[in-house]
Design a protein around this ligand. Structure first.
Ligand code: IPM
Ligand code: MG
Length: 357
């Protein structure tokens, strides 16, 4: 196969981890006879510095022309002044909307070699294996009206939580389809005891659930869900939620593993197109030191191969290689137990390439 991949290395450790993922992709190409053609484009803070725009039009066109997009990370203290006119995060929201990336898939799985990295007890998190499916182009992030509403009483501001049945329906279908490939259970998260948009969410979710009688279904209120995540996280299989609730819950879920540097994600459009990225941020404090963990980006590439390119054996090979590299004791500093000598970003990438054989 020949596939076009647009790379958005972005800021901080983004370029370092993307470089390792490309190394692994090239190794897969050689081993399985595929050609991956890369186009590298500006996104995030570096794009602000060079063009004044965190997501230039040329970047968006290059993404649209590709089979899939791999993003490192965007943002950093240099661009984080809340009063700044342009911020890297705006670029992220723009590309999600422009590319129609409505479903954000975040698998949260414990690698048994790393179970002691969590702040929670081993017996609580040992069997955690869930996927958060977060709605990504609607809800509170995009609802109108939005903005300052200063009035005679003083300063005020407004955001709008707005969902249509079409937006809810397609997100729920993705969630049920993911569940069918797994343990066949969907938990839908809402705040239906208070919010009108959540009552519509629940109504539509039930209608979609009826189309999937083979999949177990439950509703959970978002506040209770955040509690269950730390009390009995291994009960969850697929967790479906709106944009804001999913943002909060996915950070909470990522911490169950204790190793942010391990978690991949996919943001999917209708069809097979997707943008793949590690869930960790740009980590400016360690950028440029060659010590960042590239495994989340490498695992994001596995998701890309499986979901956007239909290359299942290749994706499995990467996941197996990562598992074996960890079992062999390879650790970047973020996942190193005390007393263990850590290896560099590029040594970790090399170890995965070597494990691919
Ligand atoms: C995420 C991030 C983004 C979000 C920020 C950086 C805009 O937190 O991808 O979860 O809120 O969606
Ligand atoms: Mg977030």
């Amino acid at each position: 196969m020949q596939a076009k991949i647009t790379l958005l290395p972005g800021d901080g450790i983004g370029p370092e981890v993307v470089a390792e993922a490309v190394k692994v992709l090239n190794a897969i190409g050689e081993k399985f006879g595929h050609t991956f053609e890369y186009t590298e484009m500006l996104a995030g803070g570096i794009a602000i510095d060079e063009t004044g725009n965190p997501m230039p039009d040329e970047t968006i066109s290059a993404c649209k022309a590709a089979d899939a997009v791999l993003l490192g990370a965007v943002g950093g203290p240099k661009w984080s002044d809340p009063s700044a006119k342009v911020r890297p995060e705006q670029g992220l929201l723009k590309i999600r909307k422009e590319l129609g990336l409505f479903a954000n898939i975040r698998p949260v799985k414990i690698h048994s070699a790393l179970a002691d990295a969590s702040t929670l007890k081993r017996e609580v998190i040992e069997n955690v294996d869930m996927v958060i499916v977060r709605e990504l182009t609607g809800g509170l992030y995009f609802g109108e009206p939005q903005g300052r509403q200063d009035n005679a009483q003083g300063r005020a501001a407004l955001d709008t939580m707005y969902y249509t049945e079409a937006e809810i329906g397609r997100l729920m279908r993705v969630s049920f389809d993911v569940a069918r490939q797994r343990r066949k259970k969907v938990t839908s998260v809402d705040k239906a005891n208070v919010l009108a948009s959540s009552r519509l969410w629940r109504e539509v979710a039930h209608e979609v659930a009826a189309e999937y009688p083979d999949v177990e279904y439950e509703d959970v209120l978002v506040d209770a869900c955040s509690m269950y995540f730390v009390r009995r996280p291994s009960d969850f299989d697929v967790v479906a939620s709106g944009n804001m609730f999913g943002d909060i819950l996915s950070d909470e879920a990522s911490m169950l593993t204790g190793s942010m540097g391990m978690l991949p994600s996919a943001s999917l459009a209708e069809g097979k197109f997707g943008l793949y990225e590690p869930i960790h941020g740009s980590a400016p404090d360690i950028a440029g030191q060659g010590i960042a963990n590239p495994l989340a980006t490498i695992l994001s590439v596995a998701m890309m191969l499986r979901t956007s390119l239909g290359l299942n054996a290749e994706a499995d090979a990467i996941e197996k290689a990562v598992e074996s590299v960890l079992d062999a004791g390879n650790r970047t500093p973020d996942i190193a137990e005390s007393g263990v000598e850590a290896i560099s970003t590029s040594a970790m990438g090399d170890a995965v390439v070597e494990a691919l054989g």
